[in-house]
Design a protein around this ligand. Structure first.
Ligand code: AMP
Length: 282
């Protein structure tokens, strides 16, 4: 049984850790995490969760310690291992950017500090820029102040770290988010488990993109409303005691949510109830 368990690596502590655990739990996987434990077994699915430092996760997949892992696209790209990006997970969105104490900077002949030397080198080569790469493992943003480098190449999320350190974003070189990654060919015996695992994860990711909406509306506005909310295939329409009105239930895309609600109101919809969807299997 143990050898048949699918193994997934997730970050032990840090930005990605909590959201990775939340995603697995939302996918219906039951497990406990005890302080300082290195691994956790799912009670209701053949899955073992192993905890690592984020930057070690790609190697753990490549070396077959685990079958798949949750890590940043930036970490994966930096390692140039032959791993597949299976699914973007929609969190940990950030960009790898070059930043400097001035808004514009000719990078030729300059020193750039980074913990992403491979991605930076790729960018410099592609753009025929001759700059020196200073590799640092952390606190990259301090390098210009400490006169270690003229510029930095670091991950930017809100931009406040750059601001606090008097740095300006000169160039974005890589857009990143957290992904589920695996080896190109997952072991035959585990493939089926992995496919089932993916269905669970994708059901949560898809559900996050939609809201379930129920409303009352005049019967003669049905066609207009139907065009506004195509739903999965067709909205559910139920009669009400007042024969001039109907109840309509459907799903609305999260990214067009408020725009759609305003249009629904213009069509005469009232009593609009909005509910989150936990899982969605298409
Ligand atoms: P912020 O101030 O929000 O722009 O965050 C910048 C700081 O957080 C830098 O030290 C980055 O290296 C780090 N950082 C930002 N986003 C991420 C991420 N998605 N993963 C890991 N580190 C990040």
């Amino acid at each position: 049984m143990t050898s048949q368990n699918l193994k997934i690596a997730i970050q032990k502590e840090g930005r990605m850790s909590e959201k990775s655990i939340e995603l697995l739990k939302k996918a219906g996987l039951e497990f406990e995490i005890f302080d300082r434990s290195l691994a956790s077994k799912c009670r209701n699915f053949p899955l073992e969760i192993l905890f690592f430092r984020a930057q070690d996760i790609p190697e753990m997949i490549a070396d077959d310690v685990v079958d798949c892992g949750i890590c940043g696209q930036n970490t994966l790209a930096e390692k140039s291992l032959k791993l597949k990006e299976i699914e973007p997970l929609g969190f940990g969105k950030c960009r790898l950017s070059i930043a400097a104490p001035a808004k514009k900077l000719d990078l030729n002949g300059k020193k750039i500090a980074t913990s992403h030397p491979a991605l930076l080198k790729k960018f410099l080569n592609k753009n025929k820029i001759k700059a020196e790469i200073i590799e640092l493992s952390g606190s990259v943003e301090l390098a210009p102040k400490l006169k270690i480098a003229d510029a930095i190449c670091d991950l930017v999320s809100s931009g406040s770290t750059l601001k606090i350190n008097g740095l300006f974003e000169v160039e974005e070189i890589f857009a990143s988010q957290v992904i589920l990654s695996a080896k190109a060919g997952i072991e035959k015996e585990k493939k089926e488990i992995f496919e089932k695992f993916l269905i669970r994860i994708r059901s949560v990711l898809t559900a996050r993109k939609y809201k379930y909406v129920v409303m009352n509306a005049p019967i003669d506005s049905l066609e207009k409303i139907r065009n506004l909310i195509p739903g999965l295939k067709n909205p559910t329409v139920s009669p009400l005691i007042n024969p001039k009105f109907i109840s309509i239930a459907s799903v609305v895309k999260e990214d067009r949510f408020w725009e759609t609600i305003e249009k629904l109101k213009q069509c005469g919809a009232t009593g609009i109830l909005v509910l989150p969807i936990e899982k969605m299997i298409l």
